[in-house]
Design a protein around this ligand. Structure first.
Ligand code: URP
Ligand code: ZN
Ligand code: ZN
Ligand code: ZN
Length: 456
């Protein structure tokens, strides 16, 4: 298989330039002006941008959560990814009590492999940090699984990990070249607030936000950063959504610590006012979407380089599932959709002049590839996988659920107007999306072994 993309402008995190891209056997084989094209299929990208496929570093497909299951299975979720220019997703595997790391991943990989339409890897959400599991960090990392998420919240006998466990995991990560990610919120304060609101009969989605407002997230960010600093261990904060936490990341980075911050499009585009809407329950996720001040701080963090990645936390629940909590926010399954919206949204922000196209590529492709050791991906460069999105900056696109490719029956992005849109997506040279239509195949996506970090 070979083809040449001609007439387009390549975007990297540092530059943009006109050149042809020659793809052969799934790899980017050459880049240059006027590459020879005799007998080779030509893709005309005149007036368009040639971008690395996005890497969504945070999805929850077929995710069993609080007694239910997220709406997109590995097929529907990766189909939606393909149609949004995402060529790799990092999905979360939850370790069951007593399981080893690779033991937890095996059945999830078996489930994912026949359904995946784009490439994928896993972060393992640890719930049982035994000595054996700590020991396994190094062998799991060598097997391509060097990143683990620890939840500071949710059920105390379930997903949640205690402070000592998180501390131990950070300590071990340093010795093994692995990376610890945290979901940072304070569970005890959340429980206290929920109990109070329940007693007062305050059960609308607005109280989901008020039960875990800015300070509840910030305190946990600061705590996790403090441990990472004490141990001089790298730390990745997932779905950062508040201004004070953002400031704590900035301070730590400026002191020389390796603290990475991820935020999500829902925090960049919406404010907590959505929880006052009639459909407020559809926006319920944790951490909740915060106020305007936090939104501004996150955009500033992007501009100044303290936000490293934008990923989606794609975890949709169908309307019927969200409706369980119509009259009681504590019964609303937590999570929002976004895998198909990530790249188009960030690129539209670039097209509107809010950020640069280079920044969008850095946040959505290059940085996640670098941070998670996904060395074959993340850039339009010779030798990398031919994971490519072609973007037409002149299309006006209004998001409606009918145009989306998730299995969910609504989208929180309904009516959002975007400037420009993806017209084609290639995964390892195989086209999976063309002019609004999914043309990929279940089972084409393959597991990507990530590289551990160099050990200091
Ligand atoms: O509300 C969310 N974010 N649901 C998915 C699980 C998580 O915390 O990432
Ligand atoms: Zn989380
Ligand atoms: Zn950073
Ligand atoms: Zn998540």
């Amino acid at each position: 298989m070979e083809f040449i993309i001609k007439g387009g402008t390549i975007i990297t995190s540092t530059s943009s330039y006109a050149a042809d891209v020659y793809v052969k056997d799934g790899k980017i084989a050459a880049i240059g002006k006027n590459l020879p094209d005799d007998g080779i299929k030509i893709i005309d990208a005149s007036g368009k941008y040639i971008l690395p496929g996005a890497i969504d570093a945070h999805t929850h497909l077929e995710f069993p959560f609080n007694g239910t299951m997220s709406a997109d299975d590995y097929f529907a979720g990766t189909r939606a990814a393909a149609c949004g220019g995402v060529t790799t997703v990092f999905d979360f595997v939850t370790q069951k009590k007593g399981q080893g790391i690779r033991e937890a991943v095996k059945p999830r990989n078996d489930l994912c492999a026949p359904k995946a339409c784009v490439d994928y890897s896993f972060h393992v959400a640890l719930t049982d940090l035994t000595d054996d599991v700590l020991e396994e960090f190094s062998t799991a990392a060598d097997a391509g699984l060097p990143s683990y998420k620890l939840f500071m919240v949710y059920k105390k006998d379930g997903l949640m990990m205690n402070d000592a466990d998180i501390y131990k995991a950070l300590q071990r990560s340093k010795e093994t070249g692995t990376l610890i990610a945290v979901h940072a919120e304070n569970p005890d304060v959340i429980d206290l607030n929920i109990d109070k609101f329940k007693k007062e009969g305050k059960l609308s989605p607005w109280y989901h936000y008020l039960s875990r407002p800015e300070a509840v997230e910030a305190e946990a960010d600061i705590r996790a950063i403090h441990w990472a600093k004490t141990l001089d261990a790298p730390l990745y904060i997932v779905h950062l959504a508040n201004a004070q936490g953002m400031q704590a990341v900035k301070d730590a980075v400026n002191e020389g610590y390796e603290i990475y911050a991820e935020t999500c499009p829902q925090y960049l585009n919406f404010t907590s006012d959505v929880y006052k809407r009639e459909d407020g329950r559809n926006f319920v996720c944790s951490p909740p979407i915060k106020g305007k001040e936090s939104q501004i701080a996150l955009w500033q963090g992007i501009e100044e380089g303290y936000i490293d990645t934008v990923a989606t936390d794609h975890c949709p629940f169908k309307q019927e599932q969200k409706d369980w909590g119509k009259d009681d926010f504590t019964k609303i399954p937590n999570g929002c959709m976004g895998v198909e919206n990530l790249y188009p949204y960030m690129l539209s922000q670039a097209n509107k002049g809010i950020i640069s196209f280079q920044k969008a590529v850095e946040l959505c492709a290059e940085n996640p590839a670098r941070i998670f050791g996904c060395t074959e991906k993340g850039a339009v460069e010779v030798g990398k996988d031919a994971d490519i999105a072609i973007y037409d900056p002149n299309i006006d696109f209004t998001i409606t659920n009918a145009k989306m490719h998730s299995d969910c029956d609504y989208t929180i992005w309904e009516g959002t107007k975007l400037q420009g849109y993806i017209t084609a997506t290639y995964v390892r040279g195989q086209q999976v999306f063309k002019d609004g239509k999914f043309i990929g195949e279940a089972g084409f996506g393959k597991f990507i072994k990530c590289q551990p970090r160099p050990i200091a």
